[in-house]
Design a protein around this ligand. Structure first.
Ligand SMILES: [Zn+2]
Ligand SMILES: [Zn+2]
Length: 238
């Protein structure tokens, strides 16, 4: 299985990542990816990028080394209603936004709270991907969230960084096995992303592919295998 897209990548602008756009795009080109997205952390996370960073992303060429480059943000979910730490003015200029839960920005909640936060974030029309679900410290109702993803057209992420040996999100593998089973049952597409914080990790999907194969996940529902479908649900901005 060869995954062709990587829609969650951090540059030096995130404050704790180590590669430039050029280094990332060059690696993506060498790995023959079709689409990548630059999705730095928003400023709610210490070291995250300022609004001006997101407003100026149009400076990055759409094509680099044969790869289409999308402009995004990894926003922080900041409460259990699912609000995120970015204004519509900023979000409106991006191709898409990932919404994620990070401990400095949201305390660990119970299942009811986290489920409500995830669904609230997915109802935000700018949010197209729910970042790294499956962390045991943020437990959620798997079925309710899968059905909300289907209803809102939001993509649930299989986060490769979380699946790596020594990953710091407990329970991710087991939770994703359950989520993928429900996605299969309800015909809901998912996407694997590396969440790379350095160029060498871009397009490295070993753990995600192993998981897809282990649960016999339908290739039809793996968006990375269908780059043309990604450009259907994300409207590129000028
Ligand atoms: Zn994250
Ligand atoms: Zn990230």
């Amino acid at each position: 299985m060869k995954l062709l897209t990587d829609m969650h990548i951090h540059t030096v602008s995130s404050g704790h990542a180590y590669s430039t756009v050029d280094e990332i795009a060059r690696f993506a080109g060498e790995k023959e990816l079709k689409i990548i997205a630059i999705t730095d952390h928003n400023s709610g996370l210490p070291g995250g990028a300022h609004d001006f960073h997101f407003h100026n992303l149009k400076a990055i060429p759409r094509q680099l080394y044969g790869v289409t480059v999308l402009r995004g943000m990894e926003a922080n979910i900041i409460d259990f209603d699912g609000n995120i730490d970015a204004t519509e003015d900023t979000l409106g200029g991006l191709d898409f936004t990932i919404a994620s839960m990070h401990p400095p920005c949201l305390r660990f909640g119970d299942k009811e709270e986290v489920t409500r936060a995830m669904i609230g974030a997915m109802e935000n029309p700018f949010v197209k991907i729910l970042g790294h679900p499956g962390d045991d410290r943020y437990p959620f109702d798997h079925e309710a969230v899968v059905l909300a993803a289907k209803r809102t057209g939001t993509i649930l992420e299989v986060n490769n960084a979380s699946l790596k040996p020594g990953g710091f999100r407990p329970g991710v593998r087991e939770n994703l096995i359950s989520v993928l089973g429900l996605c299969k049952q309800y015909n809901v597409p998912v996407m694997a992303n590396t969440d790379a914080h350095i160029a060498y990790a871009v397009g490295e999907f070993e753990e995600s592919i192993r998981l897809f194969e282990e649960v016999d996940f339908p290739q039809e529902l793996i968006l990375n295998l269908h780059p043309e479908r990604i450009l259907d649900f994300i409207a590129l901005k000028n």
